[in-house]
Design a protein. Structure first.
Length: 130
């Protein structure tokens, strides 16, 4: 599973998704939020503590990679249970859980400070004619 169309088809029962290239794989977004990644032919779902525990119980494993300085890095992305690829209802349920985890994570983030261009400034009043 490497091309955008195939990934979109995989998640079709879940709903409309946007697929973007990332980290040698593809990021999957719904409602503007990153909730899944396809890498090396596997689907990984965004998790938080509650979702990761459910995925662990279903036999999933986290996505990890080797970093030259930090060593082995384990992420909050866990494999989609293989059974979900053959069961649309199961795929939809896991995808909803992953999107909910992404929403909770986004809600907990502090907003980024506005850039200089975004800062509203008081208009300068001309002193001409005063």
């Amino acid at each position: 599973m490497t091309d955008t169309k195939r990934i979109e088809e995989t998640f079709a029962s879940f709903g409309r998704v946007e697929v973007r290239r990332m980290f040698g794989g593809h990021g999957v977004y719904a409602d503007g939020l990153f909730f899944a990644m396809v890498h090396g032919g596997e689907v990984f779902l965004k998790t938080d503590e509650a979702v990761a525990e459910r995925l662990r119980a279903a036999g999933s494993r986290p996505f990890s990679y080797h970093h030259s300085v930090r060593g082995l890095v384990t992420t909050s992305l866990w494999t989609l249970p293989a059974s979900a690829l053959d069961d649309e209802a199961e795929l939809v349920e896991w995808s909803r859980l992953a999107l909910d985890a992404a929403r909770r994570k986004a809600a907990g983030k502090k907003p980024k400070a506005p850039g200089k261009a975004a800062v509203k400034r008081k208009p300068v009043q001309s002193r001409a004619g005063k």
